[in-house]
Design a protein around this ligand. Structure first.
Ligand SMILES: [Zn+2]
Length: 266
């Protein structure tokens, strides 16, 4: 599935693999002037390629290596000759990116290894100038694109949504909070998020997200001090684990969020 939504000069490309006509998880890429930010997942790579054939694109950039952000890299480069750039830390991962857990292959498809160029510190897109800023936490290589004149932050997976209750095993929740605080210092006006879409009143949304996780962290620490095990703390604060925990064999779980929030202090 691929749908396009216009937000003034920014086009959001909304993509998902479908099962029985219904989207599984959705992800957004964005076209701003002649730069495409992220390339969706491997399962929608052909649809994105056909869409891109009708656009005027000069450059493709990735915010991080995850397969729902880099899934059409190889195809867009091979079929349209488009240059692809990714954060320096993403480059070696993308070059050998073919083994991902089964649940991610089911949701997003299987990635094709491809070696992109290195994303510079500054990217020009028509009249816009983006500063490429590292915001680690969700992944170590995450870089967001910041346009200070417009107040736009193309956030990749920095935000995702306000009330995130599931975390991947390799995510660092406290790192995400620290990165969100740094993003707040920029005073963004609009977030262009890979999952939440266009988020207006960006600062208020980021503040609510930080507050939600910090409330959970405080309560988790209090329960831990009373001697409750992590599993029980998770259940009491976030409810029982869902089907994604089972399908991912625990790689994507509520327990990961509690564990990560407890691992390091604020
Ligand atoms: Zn991601």
């Amino acid at each position: 599935m691929l749908r396009q939504v216009s937000h003034g000069p920014v086009t959001r490309i909304h993509m998902a693999r479908t099962a029985f006509g219904r989207p599984l998880f959705t992800v957004n890429a964005y076209l701003v002037a002649d730069v495409l930010v992220d390339t969706g997942c491997p399962a929608t790579a052909r649809e994105l390629l056909e869409w891109c054939r009708r656009q005027s694109i000069r450059l493709v950039v990735n915010t991080h290596h995850h397969e729902d952000h880099s899934g059409a890299n190889a195809l867009l480069n091979r079929e349209l000759g488009l240059p692809i750039q990714a954060p320096a830390r993403s480059v070696p991962i993308l070059a050998e990116f073919d083994h991902i857990p089964l649940y991610r292959r089911v949701v997003w498809g299987r990635p094709t290894p491809f070696t992109p160029g290195r994303l510079p510190d500054l990217v020009e897109a028509g009249p816009y100038r983006f500063e490429c800023i590292a915001f680690p936490g969700h992944s170590e290589d995450l870089v967001c694109l910041w346009e200070p004149t417009e107040g736009w932050l193309f956030a990749g997976d920095l935000f995702i949504r306000e009330r995130v209750r599931y975390l991947r095993a390799d995510e660092d929740a406290c790192g995400v909070i620290a990165s969100l605080r740094r993003a707040l210092e920029l005073q963004p006006r609009v977030l262009f998020c890979a999952h939440a879409g266009m988020v207006v009143d960006a600062c208020a949304a980021i503040e609510r997200k930080i507050a939600y996780w910090e409330r959970i962290a405080d309560r988790a620490r209090a329960l831990q001090a009373e001697g409750h095990p992590e599993r029980e703390i998770t259940r009491r604060l976030l409810g029982p684990e869902g089907w994604m925990t089972t399908v991912s064999l625990g790689e994507f779980s509520k327990g990961n969020l509690i564990r990560s929030l407890l691992r390091s202090g604020r």
